[in-house]
Design a protein around this ligand. Structure first.
Ligand SMILES: Nc1ncnc2c1ncn2[C@@H]1O[C@H](COP(=O)(O)OP(=O)(O)O)[C@@H](O)[C@H]1O
Ligand SMILES: [Mg+2]
Length: 460
């Protein structure tokens, strides 16, 4: 949870910031509205803004709207000033927090924001079963392995487990094992001492220590290399870690959640993943079914996203037409909820009329997974395979090499995702690391590559 405090809060910034930090929030501070907008624009996101009631809240909210930055704003002012509270709410603030700040009240606001961010929307019995199990195991400290295809909601479910756990007051920290270069992952997880390696100019606390008392999510764990798997095993078994370059083990106290979109058991059999580590992480397995097996969820999620993106984009909320819904239900959703979310977002923007019609639902049959391409290419004479490729391969022709086709597919998918590496990798069914390596290779070959999408790291 990132909190951005705007203004001086009538001299109570330190107190408010301390309370928020003790509840696990990361707190940043800027002096005025322009600085706040600059910070948000530059990608230093925030989940919540707390603004001094003396500042021009209406102007801030208009600024956010104009730039389509969707973040809740709460106003803070001294207790006795009822007029200011009314004015702030009228201007669009969600809450008014009286000063000096009250710890329980701030905690409640943070909790409400977190809850909204990690709501698991569902209506299908298949998902209800998974959530019931999640709720049942959440209060224990057992390690949880969440499995499911890309985009099924593994991170959302991890947040849910944290929120329902005894550790919900403490931090939820996540590390994407696939997105961080191998040589940096160790110090990212365990931290390092000053001088541990070239560039280690000061001691740095790793994610294990950052998550102390709370929950640590190791996202896409299957991408971790074997050497680091051994170190992770030690951390899980001994409940202590070694900072890189350190000689004093550090005790850790946290709940571990790991996710994988690969079949980890199969990875164990293939020798890619340590069996002992697998059993340590897989005390409880929450397996999320793919979206195509949750028809009720397709309906309710589509409605949810239609409403959400109407609000985010400041356009009138419109229902999905019956034909649009039928089209959604018939589709195979290889990219799962993430793909559905993108599809509905696009539909909200391009639909005309009082309803979102089937015409606005643009399904990317043209972006099959890399696996499909490989299979189809392997059987070029097969009419069925050629048909599967369909529109897809408008860029692919006999005589092209697999490498050329792959490049075509990757670059087109990336452009379809507006440069967003994470989404593109998910749709392609490859890891972010693989995608980055490919893009780096293309760029080295002199091909122009779309820059990263909103909110992504500037690396490849
Ligand atoms: N049940 C759900 N309710 C609301 N949003 C969801 C749900 N499941 C997934 N999403 C959304 O879909 C996207 C992908 O979810 P995520 O948890 O990142 O998937 P995964 O980690 O399995 O790839 C996110 O934007 C997430 O907010
Ligand atoms: Mg994920």
């Amino acid at each position: 949870m990132h909190l951005l405090i705007v203004g001086s809060l009538e001299g109570h910034i330190t107190a408010a910031g301390k309370i928020a930090m003790s509840r696990g929030a990361k707190v940043a501070h800027v002096l005025d509205i322009d600085a706040a907008l600059r910070a948000l624009r530059s990608g230093e996101g925030a989940d919540l803004l707390m603004i001094d009631v003396k500042l021009d809240i209406a102007r801030l909210i208009q600024g956010l709207k104009a730039e389509r930055i969707n973040v809740p704003v709460v106003a803070c002012g001294i207790h006795s000033d009822a007029g200011a509270a009314v004015k702030a709410i009228k201007a669009g603030a969600k809450e008014y927090i009286p000063l000096p700040p009250n710890a329980d009240l701030i905690a409640a606001v943070l909790e409400a924001v977190a809850q909204e961010a990690s709501a698991v929307i569902h209506a299908d019995p298949a998902m209800a079963t998974v959530l019931k199990l999640a709720e049942q195991v959440a209060p224990s400290d057992a390690s949880v392995l969440i499995t499911g295809e890309s985009g099924t909601g593994k991170e959302v479910l991890a947040h849910f487990v944290h929120r329902k756990s005894r550790r919900s007051h403490a931090r939820f920290v996540s590390v994407n094992c696939a997105a961080i270069p191998e040589n940096l992952l160790e110090s990212e997880l365990f931290g390092h001492e000053k001088g541990a390696f070239t560039g280690a100019v000061a001691r740095r606390i790793g994610k294990f220590e950052e998550a102390s008392g709370g929950t640590l999510l190791l996202d896409e764990i299957s991408e971790m290399d074997p050497r680091l798997q051994a170190k992770l095993l030690r951390a899980v078994q001994e409940r202590e870690i070694d900072r890189v370059g350190g000689n004093q083990p550090v005790k850790i106290d946290l709940r571990l959640i790991a996710t994988s979109n690969r079949d980890l058991e199969a990875e164990v059999r293939k020798g890619n993943f340590r069996e002992d580590l697998f059993y340590r992480l897989n005390v409880v397995n929450l397996a999320i079914p793919p979206l195509r097996q949750r028809p009720q969820d397709i309906r309710i999620l589509a409605d949810h996203f239609a409403q959400k993106y109407a609000e985010v984009n400041g356009v009138a909320e419109r229902p999905l037409s019956a034909e649009a819904k039928a089209k959604l239900l018939a589709y195979s959703w290889r990219g799962n909820v993430r793909e559905l979310e993108n599809t509905i977002h696009r539909a909200v923007l391009i639909a005309t009329g009082d309803e979102i019609g089937a015409g606005a639902i643009m399904l990317s049959q043209m972006t099959p997974s890399a696996h499909d391409i490989a299979t189809a290419v392997a059987q070029p004479a097969d009419g069925e395979a050629a048909r599967t490729l369909g529109v897809v391969t408008s860029g692919a022709q006999v005589g092209q090499t697999v490498a050329e086709m792959e490049r075509h597919l990757i670059i087109n998918t990336l452009s379809h995702c507006l440069g967003n590496r994470t989404h593109a990798a998910n749709i392609l069914g490859i890891s972010i690391r693989t995608l980055r390596n490919k893009l780096k290779q293309y760029s080295d070959e002199g091909i122009a590559i779309l820059p990263p999408g909103e909110g992504e790291r500037p690396a490849f």
